[in-house]
Write a protein that binds this ligand. Structure first.
Ligand code: SF4
Length: 66
């Protein structure tokens, strides 16, 4: 699985990285640092990635299944 964050949609609420620590990081303004990048999700973190994507009120997080 891979994860990507749409930088145009991310509003910096912070819900995602609180649910997916060590998978997503944030900048000084609270925006996810991985905007526009593909993040590899380890097999043992897929639940965290799904929880993070489901928590985003902006639907900014997309999951790409292998
Ligand atoms: S929950 Fe969504 S809008 Fe908020 S920081 Fe995460 S990706 Fe951005």
């Amino acid at each position: 699985m891979k994860l990507t964050v749409d930088g145009e949609l991310c509003m910096g609420h912070g819900r995602c990285y609180s649910l997916a620590e060590n998978l997503l990081d944030y900048d000084d303004d609270g925006y996810v640092t991985a905007r526009g990048q593909l993040v590899d999700v380890p097999a043992d973190r897929t639940d965290d990635a799904r929880n993070a994507a489901g928590s985003c009120p902006e639907r900014a997080i997309q999951l790409l299944e292998d």
